[in-house]
Ligand binder design. Structure first.
Ligand code: ARG
Ligand code: GLU
Length: 736
């Protein structure tokens, strides 16, 4: 009996212990939590080399790029590497019809030719500090979730005020584990970040939407920037006089390549994950929320695609919007597929049973946590209807129907007019007038009307009557025919589009008149009604539950940590600096199919479709291929392009450095494989892989394709060919 019990717990432990590759870890805790495992997996440097506040360390080279992506410093002159899709809007902003950097690429030939980007930021973490005790100083178990929320908010404000006074850095305090822990983060934010180079989209975005989220991949998804600082090496506003930033540390670049089973580490700013959901909410995601959002986007993409195929102008106008809409759409489809094929929900249920069994065997914990899981599940069920309504607003009222989103921009102006705030009105009107070109340039009214015809009924159908504004109730009741007419009329009366020149003039010269007309227009009123309903009815309805959800999520994780003391729990991603480690390794996407780890230029050429908007290639790249003119970057006569590893990553990790066992740069993270996009809610080692551009391809493009060897000369290049034994491992791993 006893033996049985012991083996039961042993088994339990094994089944709970993740592969060791799952997780996005807090850098300053690596020494305590991860170092020995990382060493066992091949790491040759110490936790202190990765993150230190006392000496220079890898972390000094890791940059939060414009708060959405990651980038890394690769020279003593502040040279910065990130993805092409992360620098996309900067590259686009510098492009004109005559000088199309998106299409043809851009390469500064000297520092003087680097292009400034006002508004673009590059932030480096200076230190992180656990301030949980200060933030939760007066918190008690007796407090209600909303009381605790209030206390936390006040304490954070106080603490930031106190610390802020004496700090030269940007401070923030961020909750981890749903508020079980609070960490203060100090960052130095640079504001002069210049564009140094970008390959043409036919390299940087090769394969575009068809290949997005897919392996095998052949995209050279990189662009190059440089951080500038004031004469004191501190952040400064954009200015001619600024000089290249001298970092505390810059990454060495290793061009020896990777082999299967190599240690692989990603250091960056993952955005958001939900790894500790109960089984029913995971099921809601794949059975209810994802399908609803996918269906809406599918309708929209179909309308866009039809029109983009008919007209070149529309194709160019909508390329970036299409990419944005299809990116999440495709990811969600992969997420459902992945969870289903790996029985994710059922396995989460089993984990819950194990949790409850273990909890029941510990009387001192049972008392405190017995109802946590049930309550949490119930709250997610209660939130489901309103959540679904919110998603319908977001997908349709915000992303789907452009004119509804555009009208939101005038809310401030109309309000200023109604409150008779002359000054405010003038300022807003000027700003809006200046932004109009950007809107007109990429707007197709015909396409948007079709979108509203298809999507507005879906939105109305999804909204419950309770709390719905009168105007929307009436639209909901209308006969289809009448509603179609109503929509057609709405687009006929769009004052923004009637006469763009006149409208702009009106905004500049008679902002009151413009505001009055706008305020009365059907488009503005509909948009306001939808948004107002979202903000004032749906959000409050949800947020009453969300404070409680946070409370029970926190309790649930904290109970799991106590019930399974041997298992390590990493906090969900929250746009803070994290380390993920795994290995370069292949996977099997489905029965009888094996995906190898590395792609080559041969594969790029094989996908080449002359003139195609996704798979065209520049002449020069084909020439280099035909002459095998690869410089020192080739491997056995072949040019490596991308590779995969088992690092746990998510959105925001784009542009993150992929580091080898010595902390040297070997790749640039930019995507995940489709079968594994479920890793945002359930990482599974059998199929979750991240995708890197091989650093050798990056250097080859910079040096050979763009003739910018001077940039490579700026870097510290390391070469140490991998020993034969390791390459042998690669043979052994393949099934051929
Ligand atoms: N899937 C990558 C990410 O989530 C790349 C997106 C950019 N590329 C595109 N074709 N939309 O950001
Ligand atoms: N492309 C994503 C990004 O922009 C990274 C891919 C992912 O979600 O893992 O951050």
């Amino acid at each position: 009996m006893k033996i049985k019990l012991i083996s039961f717990f042993l088994l339990l432990l094994l089944s709970l212990q993740s592969s060791g590759k799952e997780g996005m870890w807090i850098p300053y805790l690596l020494g305590q939590l991860n170092q020995s495992e990382m060493e066992a997996m091949g790491l040759e440097i110490t936790a202190e080399d990765i993150y230190s506040v006392n000496q220079s360390s890898l972390k000094d080279a890791i940059v939060h790029f414009n708060e959405g992506c990651t980038a890394e410093i690769i020279s003593s002159q502040g040279l910065l590497l990130t993805n092409h899709h992360c620098g996309y809007s900067q590259i686009q902003r510098h492009s004109t019809v005559e000088q199309d950097y998106l299409k043809d690429g851009f390469w500064a030939k000297s520092n003087a030719e680097e292009l400034t980007n006002p508004g673009l930021t590059a932030a480096i973490v200076k230190y992180m500090e656990d301030v949980t005790n200060l933030v939760l100083a007066e918190a008690t178990d007796k407090m209600s979730p909303s009381e605790r929320e209030r206390l936390v908010r006040d304490n954070i404000r106080k603490l930031l005020d106190e610390r802020g006074e004496s700090s030269e850095y940007d401070l923030s305090i961020v909750p981890f584990y749903y508020g079980d822990q609070y960490i203060l983060i100090a960052k130095e934010t640079f504001k002069d970040v210049r564009l140094v180079g970008a390959p043409p989209s036919s390299i940087g975005k090769f394969g575009a939407d068809t290949d997005n989220w897919m392996w095998p991949r052949h995209t050279g998804d990189f662009s190059v920037f440089r951080i500038y600082a004031g004469a004191d090496n501190k952040p400064a506003e954009v200015a001619e006089a600024n000089v290249p930033y001298k970092p505390n540390y810059h990454l060495k670049v290793n061009i020896s390549g990777v082999a299967d089973n190599d240690f692989s580490m990603i250091f960056g700013f993952p955005g958001r994950t939900q790894e500790y959901l109960p089984s029913n909410e995971m099921e809601n995601i794949i059975e209810v929320y994802d399908p609803a959002r996918i269906a809406i986007r599918a309708k929209l993409l179909k309308i866009l695609d039809r029109k983009m195929r008919q007209s070149d102008a529309t194709r160019i106008q909508y390329a970036s919007k299409y990419a944005g809409i299809s990116n999440a759409w495709k990811k969600w489809i992969g997420e459902i597929k992945g969870i289903k094929e790996t029985n994710g929900v059922e396995r989460r249920r089993q984990l819950e049973e194990q949790f409850l069994a273990a909890l029941n065997s510990k009387p001192e914990l049972r008392q405190q946590y017995s109802d946590v899981l049930d309550e949490l599940k119930k709250l997610y069920e209660d939130r489901k209807p309103v959540m679904l309504e919110r998603y319908h607003y977001i997908e349709i009222g915000y992303y789907g129907i452009e004119i509804m989103r555009h009208m939101l921009g005038y809310r401030g102006l109309v309000e200023a007019y109604r409150n008779e705030e002359e000054e405010e009105m003038k300022n807003l009107a000027t700003r809006l007038a200046n932004g109009l070109d950007n809107f007109y340039k990429d707007y197709d009214i015909d396409l948007d009307r079709q979108a509203m015809q298809e999507l507005l009924p879906v939105y109305l159908e999804a909204m419950s009557e309770e709390g719905l504004p009168e105007q929307l109730k009436e639209l909901k009741k209308m006969e289809d025919e009448d509603r179609r007419e109503y929509i057609d009329e709405l687009y006929e009366d769009l004052i923004v589009l009637e006469d763009p020149v006149e409208f702009r003039e009106m905004l500049m010269e008679k902002p009151g008149k413009a505001a009055k007309k706008l305020g009365k227009s059907e488009a503005f009123q509909l948009s306001s009604a939808m948004y107002g309903h979202f903000l004032e009815v749906l959000n409050p309805r949800a947020s009453a539950m969300e404070d409680k959800i946070d409370h029970y999520q926190r309790e649930y994780i904290s109970a799991m940590r106590k019930v399974f003391p041997l298992k390590r729990f990493y906090p969900d991603a929250n746009s803070t600096l994290r380390v993920a480690y795994g290995k370069v390794e292949p996977y099997e996407p489905r029965d009888a199919v094996f995906y190898d780890t590395q792609t080559y230029l041969d594969g790029v050429i094989a996908k080449y479709i002359p003139g195609d908007y996704e798979f065209d290639l520049p002449e020069k790249l084909i020439d280099l291929y035909e002459n095998q003119d690869y410089g020192p970057y080739a491997e056995d006569g072949k040019m490596p392009v991308c590779y995969i590893a088992s690092n746990h990553t998510t959105g925001g990790n784009s542009g993150s450095p992929a580091l080898n066992s010595r902390g040297e740069l070997v790749g640039l993270n930019f995507d995940r494989v489709w079968e594994g996009t479920m890793s945002d809610i359930n990482y599974d080692i059998s199929r979750c892989r991240n995708i890197m551009v091989d650093i050798r391809y990056v250097l080859f493009i910079i040096d050979k394709f763009a003739d910018s060897k001077y940039l490579v000369d700026e870097m510290d290049i390391v070469y140490n060919p991998v020993v034969e034994k390791d390459r042998g491992m690669k043979e052994a791993n393949t099934k051929f």
